[in-house]
Design a protein around this ligand. Sequence first.
Ligand SMILES: C[S@@+](CC[C@H](N)C(=O)[O-])C[C@H]1O[C@@H](n2cnc3c(N)ncnc32)[C@H](O)[C@@H]1O
Length: 245
Amino acid sequence: MSDFQDFYTDGYSLPDPEEAARMGRWRALGARSKADHVVTLCARAGIRPQTLVEIGCGDGALLAELGARGVAPVLDGFELSPPAAEIARERGVARRVEVFDGHEVPAEDGEYDLAVLSHVLEHVPEPMSLLREAARVAPAVLIEVPLEDNRSARRDDKRAEAARIGHIQFFDRKAMHALVRVAGLRIAAELSDPLPHAHHAFFAETRGERATAAVKTGVRRAAWRALPRAAERLFTVHYACLACR
Ligand SMILES: C[S@@+](CC[C@H](N)C(=O)[O-])C[C@H]1O[C@@H](n2cnc3c(N)ncnc32)[C@H](O)[C@@H]1O
């Protein structure tokens, strides 16, 4: 097993059941926004996939949300971490969920209508290679990443937190555009999201932390609404695009 596989295996096998349940709720919350983004971008680009594969599907939280929204009748998932793949399989929403090596997706060229790389490219040493692999198995690739090449996220404490959760790439919108272009794809639709209050407040435990989360949500949303491109140079937003061959 590679160091990467070990890292994500540990991440999905927390010994404390309460903490494991809390992280499950955190992933379920994130999956709701991510699924909204998939629905919005597919609608904007006029894509109605019959077959969808999520590469790096984790515990299947996003597959479950995509299934609930009827995004595609057939959903498959591939994942690096065996315990995560097992949780995803047990949800019963995907036709198949398999463990893979993080490099080669065990699928034929063009086997799917849509491939999803959601919050995966920032975790991988060679994002271009995994994006090309996604574009090999599907003509359209939905990519979502946090844009962490910004003033706030460059601070030492933020970089340390990003490293703790496995982020090794820090993108801005320009870098995402370049990645998509060099992979031989074009962007059919894109969006950014400063994230809802529930996201910013999820780990807040004290009154002070809850107040900070409320202020952070309001200030960020106002800045993002007024000047979205300037805002993403100051703080992290989630960026999603639908890239087509
Ligand atoms: C933040 S989680 C995202 C899970 C899911 N895609 C979502 O959006 O909810 C990152 C996932 O990427 C997976 N991962 C890490 N390196 C990978 C690689 N080289 N190839 C595929 N998946 C990888 C991890 O195992 C982990 O499940």
